[in-house]
Design a protein around this ligand. Structure first.
Ligand code: THU
Length: 131
């Protein structure tokens, strides 16, 4: 899969962001082991703490559409914001992406795409195999 396709899908999702409080729009597009793409955008709330990040929204969309185990495995995720680049995932989203085996994170940097091996972003992670 061409990484620009995933970045473009994340951009499309960021355009649907609901961020009237922070005005910080985020879009995420993840690729599953089965080659499906699922997207999410951040959704804020007047009760601020209820806001949801784009990456977790994409993971939830993946799960809601999963028919088998490979539909629940995240190969890579692209994260973009028209308001900041690079837009790296918050700690909570890193942990949730880790749960579903995310291997790589793609972000925009300068005029290009930077790929981070997931282990660089969340080393020594706690995961489902620990239980
Ligand atoms: N946000 C995300 O959607 N993903 C991140 O990884 C970082 C932060 C959102 C949450 C909130 O709606 C806005 O960006 C500002 O924090």
């Amino acid at each position: 899969m061409d990484s620009t396709i995933l970045i473009e899908a994340a951009h499309a999702a960021s355009a649907r962001s609901y961020a009237p409080y922070s005005n910080f729009r985020v879009g995420a597009a993840l690729l599953t082991a089965n080659g499906e793409i699922h997207t999410g955008c951040n959704v804020e709330n007047a009760s601020y703490g209820l806001s949801m990040c784009a990456e977790r929204a994409a993971v939830f969309a993946m799960l809601a559409n999963a028919l088998d185990e490979d539909d629940r495995k995240v190969s890579s995720v692209a994260i973009v914001s028209p308001d900041a680049a690079p837009c790296l995932p918050c700690g909570a989203c890193r942990q949730v992406l880790r749960e579903f085996g995310c291997e790589e994170v793609l972000v925009e940097e300068g005029s290009g795409i930077r790929r981070y091996p997931f282990k660089e972003l969340l080393p020594h992670a706690f995961g489902p195999e620990a239980l």
